[in-house]
Design a protein around this ligand. Sequence first.
Ligand code: ADP
Length: 680
Amino acid sequence: MDAELKPRLGLRRWLLWSALVGLLVVGQTLLVVLTLRYEHSRALDRAEAVAASIALDIRRLAVQRLQGVQDLQWSTAPADWGAQARQLLTRMPEIARLERRDAAGRILASADNPLGQPLFALKARQLLRMDSDQACASALALLSPQFSRSYFVPMSGGAGMEVIDVCLPEQEAGQPAGFTAATLSLSRMLEAVAPADRRYELTFVEADGARLARHGVSRGLGLYVARRSLDLPGVVLEIKVDDTTDRPGLLPNVTTALVLGLSIALAVVVSLLLRDMRRRTSAEKALAESLAFRKAMEDSLNTGLRARDMGGRITYVNPAFCSMVGFSSAQLLGSGGRDGALPPYWPPERVEEYSRRQSARREGLWPDEPVSPATESLPATLQGFETVFMRSDGERFPVMIYEAPLVDGTGRQTGWMSAVLDVTERQRSEEVARQQQERLQATARLATMGEMASLLSHELNQPLAAIASYASGCQNLLQEPDEHTVPMLREAVGRMAEQAERAGRVIKSVHDFVRRRDQARETISAAVLLESVLPLVRLQARKSGTRVEVQQTASDLKVQVDRTMMEQVLLNLTRNGIQAMERDTPLHERILRLQVQALSTGRVQFEVQDRGPGISAEVAQRLFTPFFTTREDGMGLGLSLCRTVVEQHGGTLEHDVPQPGAARPGCSFRFTVPGARPAG
Ligand code: ADP
């Protein structure tokens, strides 16, 4: 990966994760806050509802109590008033005291509620009747019951009671006849209407918030407070309802629990994601490392690598392959398919052959190349095959290709992978070695010939010199013949015969030397004989781009030959053929054909055919003369040696005599050797 890109990606990932976590935290906080708010508003609503119902209940209670007092006022004779009043007071504990007053407001009779302390025991009624009197005055004016403002009545033991008076006017014949006043205890009223669950503190408060009377087991906390005004005739009372329960905790109810549970689950999911992410990152890192390693490995390889799909299209090449052929990967990739461009490294003269091979591969017929005996036991892909590629500058060079199927993860073949080796150097060194070997052999042959020549000249020189001197002696004798001439001639001729015999013996010994090789003959398959020289022939042929074709009519032909000498003959003839095509034959015409066939005579004929310029009649005359050559570096011994060897095997070495004006140039050398019946 790009070194610059890495930290930028890391920063971006970090920012994204921070944003995600931040959003989650904000979202969760918002959710919890909203839930708490909702809880809060619900508690407030409940308090409001309680306040509304309390106000209603108190109004109802006040009206009931008022009716009770009205009943007492209307239906009771003054004499019974006391008893009736007490009865009423026991029924209605909220009424702390009842008074009957005259039209001037003087108290005629009064009754305190027997359930509590007498109201004005500590402080005289006289001192606390101002509010009550005001209510009575307005009741008289309005001719309807009126409530007074509330006031505090101190009682023994430091206690006291906040009360409210209600005054009912009485009329007789349209004239004010008196009043009935009832004193209501505010706290008892609250007690009477308090809800059963005792969760709220109920209070009567003044407009400024001062508390008048309260009811409740415990104090309210001031969190969820509701107020309601209670409009009674003559007075407005304010009721306050205060919830005694505390603020909702973090887990006050199912909703919050649910929200929290979700938050925790979310946090777990996020942490799992993070872990997964970390794993993925490390896996990615490992993958990147292994990719980098693979790339470095491929880049540093000296072997060219090339991958092709099933259609033969190049899908991958490594740098070694690019530098081998001298084309960039952009020029190579995509070429070679069924419809794509030809691979630029195919030599134009081989396109046809390579295309055939490729289509054979596509049809699954490949590899069909003849394999050499050394690699026959190996799987086809490991044997490799040799072919010729072209560099971008047009230079042809030999390569060794090892090809294997490219199989993907599912076991399906997706193409071919090839390792390509440039074997120019190897072949060059092989060629050098071969040339050295050949030179050595030639030198050895020359040495033998030279030796033989010097031996012959030395051995023959003496008898020939002797014969020559005898001959000139004979000539001298014949110039002036006398009676001694005949006996002397006889002797001289006898000596000459002796010397000739001696020369004959020398020649015979050379003949014997050659004959001795007869014993070296062996029965060998013609195919094996060819096989042993073909590598050398091909090596030499490749230099000039010559193709070598071998034709055998039967695979089991056997011959009886001096193998070393016969190899020499074949090598000489093929080398001559290749050399003949080297100069003027066009590249696609350079074909050397080797043919072996059995003749009806039981002999086996070898033929070496080239497409060179052929042999002119002039050259043909001296062809087998030792040391005759038309080549600068030639020795002119090859063909004469060949003929000797072939004749040694009882055959003749023949060659085409050029027909004047023949359409097809070229030359072919033929010879026969003894065949051997195949075993079995
Ligand atoms: P060298 O090859 O050393 O010249 P050879 O005895 O093999 O000696 O060949 C003698 C000559 O015969 C060659 O120089 C060449 O002119 C001619 N010659 C041999 N073979 C062929 C051939 N196939 N085509 C044309 N000329 C040939």
